[in-house]
Design a protein around this ligand. Structure first.
Ligand SMILES: [Zn+2]
Length: 459
C-alpha cells in the first residue's frame, strides 16, 4: 500500500517547495501538486508543516562496553528514541578494544542490531590495533558493506592507536577507498595531565575538562590532518568541540587535505559550567572531548552555518547516574558520555534555526544530507527525491515542549538537556514508507530497521 504526505513544505539541502509526496514499495515514486492516488492510500496531512528527509546521526554508541560497564541503550530502545526525535538512520561505532579480535567484534556488534532496530543503521568499524591479520580482516568488513573506519588517538591501551598504527590504517583505508573517522586528542598528554591533577587531590568532575584542554584536542586534530596530508587518505574528525581545534581543521581543509568535520549537539548547547556542578550533576555532563568554555559555541555555530563544520551528530552514549557515580572518588572513573539521540534534531532546530544561527537548508544538510554524502548513503538517504527511500519527517514548527528524563524514550534516568524548552518536533516519522512515529509516540514496527550496505568511495 502506498503512503501520501499531502501539502507539506518540502525542504531539502538545496530546494524548498509546497507539494505532495507519494511513496510505494519503500521508495518515493512521485512528487507534485495535488497528486492523484489509489483509493485507500494512507494519507498524512502536512499542511502548515515542514517535510524533511529522514535525519541521519553519523555518530552513536548503542552497544558499548566501556570502563567495565555497558551503555544503557539497546537497539530496541535507542532506535525508538532516535525515531521519536526524527532520526531515521544512525551509524553506530563498532568498538571492540585492543584485546578483542576485529572480526569477532564486528559480528558481535552486528548481531546486537540485526532484527532489533526500528530504524535503519550502519557501522563505522573501529581499528583499535594494527597487526598482521588486520588488513585481511578489514577488507572483509568493507566487503560486507561497512565502508568507514574509526580510530582513537585518545584512550591509550584500550581503544587508542599509536602514530604507526594510524599511518598503517590510513594507508590501508586509502587502498580500500574507505574514509577514516578519528577521535582527536593527544593520549599521552591526557594521561599525564590526569595523573598530575589526581596527585594534587583534584578529583571532581570539574577537573575532567582541565585534564584534556583545548590545546590537547587541537594537537590531535592537527596530527590527524598531517597524517591525512601525507597518505592522501580521506578523514573525518568526530565530535570537534572548540575553536582552537576548529582553526586547525579548517586550515587543513583550506590547504586541500581531504578532511570533513563533525561536531556533536552537546557542544553547541552545553558548556563546561555544566560539568562543574557538584557531584553527580557534574558527572552527568562528562564526555570527551569535554564540554568547553561557552565562548566556543559562537565559533561552532558560525562554522556550522558556513558549512565548514559538515555534520552534527550526537556521540550518543547513555550511562545512568549509578554508573556515573563510579567516578565519585576520581573523575577518571566517570564513564564518558551524554545521551542525545532523541534531542539532536529538536535542539538544532530550536537553538539553531529558530534563534537565527542556522539557515533551514543548512539545518537539513548538516543533520541529514551531508552525512549521507560523506558516508556513501546518498541519494538513497539524505534527500527527498524520486527513487530515494521514503524516510520522511513531517515537522511541526508550532510545537512547544520541554526536554525531560520523565518523558524521554532513551533508556537512561537522566537527560543532559533536562528542562530545556524546544520549539518544534516531528509529528510523523516514516522509515521506508512506513509510519513509525506519530506525535511523539512510537506506533510502528519494532524490527523494521535494516543494515545499510555502503560501497567504498574514496580512491
Ligand atoms: Zn563516540
Amino acid at each position: 500500500m502506498g503512503l501520501l504526505i499531502r501539502n507539506g513544505e518540502i525542504v531539502t539541502a538545496d530546494s524548498r517547495c509546497i507539494a505532495d509526496i507519494y511513496a510505494e514499495d519503500e521508495t518515493i515514486t512521485r512528487i507534485g501538486k495535488n497528486l492523484e492516488v489509489p483509493a485507500g492510500t494512507e494519507t498524512v496531512d502536512a499542511t502548515g508543516k515542514f517535510v524533511f528527509p529522514g535525519f541521519i546521526d553519523p555518530h552513536v554508541h548503542i552497544y558499548l562496553p566501556f570502563m567495565s560497564t555497558f551503555a544503557k541503550d539497546t537497539h530496541e530502545t535507542g532506535s525508538i528514541a532516535a525515531l521519536i526525535g526524527g532520526t531515521t538512520t544512525y551509524i553506530e561505532m563498532c568498538c571492540p578494544n585492543r584485546n578483542d579480535d576485529a572480526l569477532e567484534g564486528y559480528s558481535l556488534w552486528k548481531s546486537k542490531a540485526e532484527g532489533h532496530s526500528a530504524c535503519d543503521y550502519a557501522f563505522h568499524m573501529s581499528v583499535t590495533k594494527f597487526v598482521k591479520e588486520t588488513p585481511a580482516q578489514l577488507q572483509k568488513i568493507v566487503k560486507d558493506g561497512t565502508a568507514s573506519f574509526k580510530i582513537f588517538l585518545a584512550y591509550k591501551n584500550f581503544f587508542g592507536v599509536d602514530d604507526g598504527e594510524m599511518y598503517q590504517t590510513l594507508m590501508l583505508a586509502k587502498r580500500l577507498g574507505v574514509i577514516v573517522t578519528a577521535h582527536c586528542e593527544n593520549a599521552e598528554l591526557v594521561a599525564r595531565l590526569q595523573n598530575a591533577l589526581l596527585a594534587e587531590g583534584k578529583k571532581g568532575p570539574e577537573w575532567h575538562e582541565p585534564s584534556r584542554p583545548e590545546s590537547v584536542e587541537a594537537e590531535g586534530t592537527g596530527r590527524f590532518a598531517t597524517f591525512l596530508e601525507n597518505t592522501s587518505a580521506t578523514g573525518y574528525v568526530v565530535h570537534l568541540s572548540c575553536e582552537k581545534a576548529l582553526h586547525v581543521a579548517v586550515a587543513a581543509k583550506t590547504r586541500g587535505v581531504h578532511l570533513h568535520i563533525e561536531s556533536v549537539i552537546p557542544h553547541f548547547i552545553l558548556d563546561k559550567s555544566h560539568a562543574e556542578r557538584p557531584g553527580v550533576e557534574g558527572m552527568k555532563h562528562v564526555m570527551s572531548p569535554p564540554l568547553r568554555a561557552k565562548h566556543n559555541q559562537r565559533a561552532l555555530w558560525n562554522a556550522l552555518a558556513l558549512g565548514s563544520i559538515d555534520t552534527v551528530g550526537t556521540d550518543h552514549c547513555p550511562f545512568d547516574t549509578e554508573q556515573k557515580l563510579m567516578g565519585k572518588d576520581a573523575f577518571t572513573d566517570i564513564p564518558n558520555g551524554i545521551p542525545g539521540i532523541e534531542d539532536r534534531v529538536n535542539l538544532l532546530y530550536t537553538y539553531g534555526v529558530e534563534r537565527g544561527r542556522l539557515p533551514l537548508d543548512r539545518f537539513v544538510d548538516c543533520a541529514s544530507t551531508r552525512a549521507a554524502k560523506v558516508f556513501g548513503l546518498f541519494p538513497r538517504k539524505g534527500t527527498i527525491a524520486i527513487g530515494s527511500d521514503a524516510d520522511l519527517v513531517v515537522y511541526d514548527p508550532e510545537y512547544q515542549g520541554v526536554i525531560s528524563a520523565d518523558t524521554h524514550a532513551v533508556n537512561n534516568n537522566y537527560s543532559g538537556f533536562e528542562g530545556m524548552p524546544i520549539e518544534g518536533r516531528p509529528s510523523v516519522v516514516t522509515v521506508r514508507g512506513k509510519v513509525q512515529v506519530r506525535d511523539g509516540k512510537f506506533v510502528g514496527e519494532r524490527t523494521r530497521g535494516k543494515f545499510l550496505k555502503r560501497e567504498p568511495a574514496y580512491f
